[in-house]
Every structure is written in C-alpha cells, then in structure tokens.
Write a new protein. Structure first.
Length: 132
C-alpha cells in the first residue's frame, strides 16, 4: 500500500487548488470578457481568490458551487469584494437551512429574476454589447 504523509497531502491539495484557480481564470476570461477587459491577470486572480475565500465563509466549498459563485460575482460586478453587496444575495448566503448547492442555485435564480441586480457599470457594459 502507498502511504502519503501530511506534507505530501498538503502539496497535492495546493496543486489541485492552483489547477482549479487556473481553470476558473480561463473560464472567466472566456465567459465574461467584457468584465475582465482592462483588468490585469493578477487582478482577476486576486478577485477569484477573494471570491473563493468568501464562498468558503458561506459554506460553499464544492468545486461546482464555488465555480458558479465566482462566476456570479463577476456577472453582478461584485468581484472586487468577494461577496455580493445585495441584501437579497446576503440573505440567501446566510440562510443556514440550505446547503451550498441550493444557496448558489437560489442566487442565480434571484439574479435571473432581477432580485439581485448587476452594478450600474456592469449593466451598462451589458447594454453596450452584451456580456460574454
């Protein structure tokens, strides 16, 4: 049997995390080019890391839910802080009766229904030529 020590496990976890962030960076550049336009790659990465830490604070830790959370923050223009500024979004995220998958699904639904709005500069970019 193969034995993996704690240091090796931490290294594997770190590498997996780096890979996830790299894939998420590529996705954000492709899916939301107008929102990433004019931002240095280092700044996009900083915002991704902020969003991942915020997601964890709301119990969002699975790959898919984290991916969807980060994407939504870019869509609504809250990627600078890592957490949504909308009271509706915060109520959804702070609801301890729902798991991470459901929280993120409810956030996206609220966004599509207009209960969580994009910030004005993001909405203007969408009207000017569409997002993504």
């Amino acid at each position: 049997p193969m034995v993996v020590n704690r240091r090796q496990l931490r290294e594997l976890d770190h590498l997996a995390s780096q890979q996830f962030v790299s894939e998420l960076l590529a996705h954000m550049k492709e899916a939301t080019p107008r929102l990433c336009q004019g931002l240095a790659e280092r700044e996009i990465l900083r915002r991704i890391h902020l969003a991942i830490r915020a997601a964890e604070s709301f119990g969002i830790t699975t790959r898919r839910s984290t991916w969807r959370y980060v994407h939504l923050l870019f869509e609504i223009g809250d990627s600078e802080s890592g957490a949504p500024s909308s009271p509706v979004a915060m109520a959804i995220l702070n609801d301890s009766h729902h798991d991470a998958r459901l929280k993120v699904s409810r956030l996206w639904r609220a966004y599509r229904e207009g209960r969580v709005s994009a910030r004005p500069q993001v909405a203007a970019a969408a009207q000017a030529g569409g997002l993504g």
